[in-house]
Write a protein that binds this ligand. Structure first.
Ligand code: 0RQ
Length: 504
């Protein structure tokens, strides 16, 4: 019955989620597993939320600081946010309840690069980690852990936390065993050595997580699915964006800058990323590799039809149908997929060495190519920077994609000045909308503006952008990156005041 827990000594620490949650005290810093809706603890956070609710009912506040790998799910982020149980949350989130509280100003959110979270923890920037709550797929006789559907920051959480609570989830496929590559060679400056990874399919670590058994204070058994739902087919704008990007990659091959094997692909999550992957498959590519963060259903298809030879990531976010497909062909997939800690999947040194092609979504870009991935009208958080900065700064190519308009045309995705900057013009090489593609490599700011306005702006907004640029060029304080400072953010202000960026 407890076949996922092969250590008889650790079996003694089995308890209910409620008992485990009672070990967490107000004010603690709690590090949890979970990355893009995969591998997050499913029972303890909900039991903790119930405790917090009771505490609030008796007039005592109960909040904790929560660190994760990236976004989790309603059972973790949602449950804790609904009872106002978090005073701090980091890093990337995408939960509607969390977002609401961040934007209401009642929850502090620290949005940092996903590759930085582990090292900042080791540096002590977040203080002590009191408790780790980590989902695993199983425990070996010797106490080592079979990681779950995501690795995220779990290695760091298990090493750094004073106390460890494990959730052993029997829903996770047993076949996950062996698919992970946990690297234990990281050190702190000034003692760091090169990370010995030179190919996306190289193993540099071991398949199991280590943990000091004396620090395991509770083990909870669960049998609950990850959050992920199936994809909807790509919409027209996504297909057009994918089309422009695929044409561009084709040109790069014809110019001899890329081969038909491209370079390791990093792809964000969502509709557009999905359409790009589908397009690669239809475009006849074979034997490509992915060095990315998340493996979704679409990537299984690409592995199956040979478009991808292998994929390396930190999280395995599959829908129920994807899990079924994976389980039915475990032998095949387990030879072609590797899951690594996010400090390795997103490591600047490795992304630079491998020469990843980074393809990420954005909220808006300005006419010079500064990209906002996170904030609506400069102040309201959407999700977070996630790994987009790790890849955009260090990749061989950094591509940002978005429809040219949002909210039925009330918002332009191309604006005079970005209302928040996650990726500077120095990082952005290519901007793509359904209107077209701007190749910004080797161009100075005024040349970049011409490309972006002509190729990416929606026809309804293009003349307005051109007019802004022309007047800025005429009247700007400097002519390197022309701007009219009192007008640069007026589109966003108009949207806030009138509900549209379009002048009346
Ligand atoms: O709103 O949900 O209310 O309809 O933003 O927009 O066009 O569906 O695109 O799902 O790819 O998301 C930047 C948010 C784009 C995402 C962002 C509104 C739009 C819609 C979603 P609705 P789309 P996507 C890998 C790398 C940062 C992290 C990252 C993201 C909703 O890509 O979070 O790249 N990126 N990680 O209507 C107002 C605008 C808008 C806008 C879009 N200009 N103004 N609303 N929207 N543009 C993953 C990890 O790191 C884990």
């Amino acid at each position: 019955m407890h076949d996922r827990i092969r250590s008889s000594a650790l079996l003694e620490r089995l308890m209910t989620a409620e008992q485990a949650a009672s070990l967490i005290e107000p004010g603690m810093t709690v590090a949890m597993s979970g990355f893009t809706g995969a591998g997050y603890p499913k029972a303890v956070p909900q039991a903790l939320a119930a405790r917090m609710e009771q505490s609030a009912a008796s007039g005592r506040g109960f909040k904790i600081k929560v660190l994760t790998g990236a976004s989790t799910a309603p059972e973790l982020d949602g449950a804790l946010a609904r009872v106002e149980g978090m005073e701090l949350r980091l890093p990337y989130q995408s939960d509607p309840n969390v977002r609401e509280r961040i934007n209401a100003g009642t929850l502090n959110y620290i949005d940092i690069h996903l590759s930085h979270v582990a090292q900042h923890t080791w540096f002590g920037f977040f203080g002590d980690i009191n408790v780790a709550v980590v989902e695993v797929a199983g425990i070996l006789e010797d106490g080592r852990l079979i990681p779950s559907s995501s690795v995220g920051n779990n290695k760091t959480w298990l090493d750094q936390a004073d106390k460890v609570i494990l959730e052993v989830n029997r829903w996770q496929p047993a076949a996950l065993e062996g698919m992970h590559d946990i690297y234990y060679g990281t050190a702190l400056p000034p003692n760091r050595k090169p990370i010995p990874l030179t190919l996306p399919d190289q193993r540099i670590g071991e398949p199991y997580l280590r943990v000091d058994p004396d620090r395991i204070v509770a083990i909870v058994e669960t049998d609950a699915p990850d959050r992920n739902s199936a994809f909807s087919p790509p919409d027209e704008a996504s297909r057009q964006i994918a089309g422009h990007l695929l044409d561009f990659l084709g040109q790069e091959i014809r110019r001899g800058r890329l081969t038909d094997k491209l370079l390791p692909l990093q792809s964000g999550v969502g509709n557009i990323a999905n359409a790009v992957l589908a397009g690669l498959s239809q475009g006849g590519y074979q034997g490509l590799t992915a060095y990315t963060e998340v493996i979704q259903d679409g990537m299984l298809e690409l592995l199956k039809n040979g478009t991808l030879r292998m994929a390396s990531a930190t999280s395995f976010s599959l829908s129920p149908a994807g899990i079924e497909e994976f389980n039915a062909h475990v032998e095949f997939y387990s030879k072609r997929i590797l899951l690594r800690p996010q400090e390795i999947s997103n490591h600047p040194e490795l992304i630079r060495r491998l020469g990843c092609i980074a393809m990420n979504g954005m909220i808006e870009a300005d006419i010079y190519g500064n990209v906002n991935s996170t904030h609506i009208a400069g102040s309201r958080i959407m999700n977070g920077i996630g790994g987009s900065g790790d890849f955009a700064r260090n990749g061989y190519l950094s591509v940002f994609m978005s429809p040219s308009i949002a909210k039925q045309g009330k918002i332009s995705g191309i604006v005079p000045m970005a209302s928040h900057v996650d990726h500077t013009e120095h990082d952005t090489m290519v901007v793509v909308t359904e209107q077209g593609l701007a190749d910004l490599r080797g161009l100075a700011p005024k040349q970049r503006a011409k490309q972006i306005i002509e190729h990416c702006a929606h026809p309804d907004y293009r003349p307005l952008l051109q007019d802004y640029y022309d007047r800025a060029f005429r009247d700007s304080y400097g002519k390197h990156t022309p701007h009219l400072l009192n007008e640069a953010l007026s589109w966003h202000q108009r949207f806030v005041e009138t509900g549209t960026m379009m002048p009346g």
